[in-house]
Design a protein around this ligand. Sequence first.
Ligand code: UD1
Ligand code: UDP
Length: 368
Amino acid sequence: MKKIMLVFGTRPEAIKMCPLVNELKARRGVETLVCVTGQHREMLRQVLDAFGVEPDYDLEVMSPGQTLFDLTGRVLEGMRRVLETAQPDVVLVHGDTTTTFASALACFYLGVPVGHVEAGLRTYNVKAPYPEEFNRQAVSSIAEYNFAPTALARDNLLREGKLPQSIYVTGNTAIDALGTTVVSDFDHPELRWAQGSRLVILTAHRRENWGEPLHHIFRAVRRVVEEFPDVKVLYPIHLNPLVRQAAEEELSGCERVRLIEPLDVMAFHNFLARSYMILTDSGGIQEEAPSLGKPVLVLRDVTERPEGVKAGTLRVIGTREEVIYAEFKALLTDEERYNQMSRAQNPYGDGLASQRIADILTKGRTSL
Ligand code: UD1
Ligand code: UDP
């Protein structure tokens, strides 16, 4: 029987891999194994619980304030032991984190075939996002199966010389989850707090935004909120202590901005669905927002998700305080601009990506 192992370690990987885990587990004729690296601890556990996934292996690598050196070394060595014990026929990794890169590298060293879920995203700038652009390019040079979410991602891979028969356009598994999480009767104390106001969701955590850029973001948010009494901001804040410290320094005492603990995925998607707009430097949220029809100001200089920009939902605005201030304000005051950005469109697939990937792995070629 074919043995497929899925490896992931952070919140976004888990959100996009758990639907595939459950899809594969429902199939006959394959053995599905789950290995988590534990690059994230609490934020990973939230997702595993939400999807009812229990890992077969947990490397438990997380340490507070971990560096890329700590992580890469621990994941590489831990994956060596797991792969030698479990001997999978194929390993699936997701996206672009250190877990993704180091796990794929361990597979390469041991000659285990790698399937890359969410393959082909590119900025072609290895410093942004950092180190993710390097990670995903490195995995592409190893992967035997490339599950590209969109035609654009496929074209990137083809241009780089990947064999056409190794690439499958599947849609993004991020959309698979959205179909089940957003419900009409969702209630939460923080949503009650925001009732009657325009709710803005803020998230920021990217490594290249640590330091000054985060301070710029938070100062701009504070200025706008202080000018608009009908706006409230919820910031489910990443557990990274560096991010927390900057946010507390700039935003504490601001009544209409609440810093809250990371939300479980069901709650977060329902918050997004009820928001007026989103400010974020996240990758995954750029995929989810277009199908919810929520305007996103992307707090980064570049994006690997141009499909959402083309769809009109995303605007990449960088991290300078004055620019964020002006763009945020414009979306609160310019109705036409707001309406143009809030049309629901979905360039990331039809919610069947996991089914398609499972079909390819168990039956052979099928593609969007
Ligand atoms: C990682 C990924 C990034 C992804 C992000 C998603 C890398 C290099 N970065 O960045 O691509 O966008 O995850 O959120 O792979 N922490 C906890 N508990 C948790 C999670 C994190 O306490 O459940 C704290 C720890 O102190 C940890 C720190 O956050 O050391 C940073 O975590 P890490 O995974 O290294 O970096 P992220 O910024 O989360
Ligand atoms: N998310 C969540 N709870 C939160 C914030 C985000 O479940 O409090 C989800 C969000 O819907 C998306 C993913 O986490 O699916 C994005 O994760 P993150 O921003 O940490 O990482 P990135 O996508 O930037 O790699």
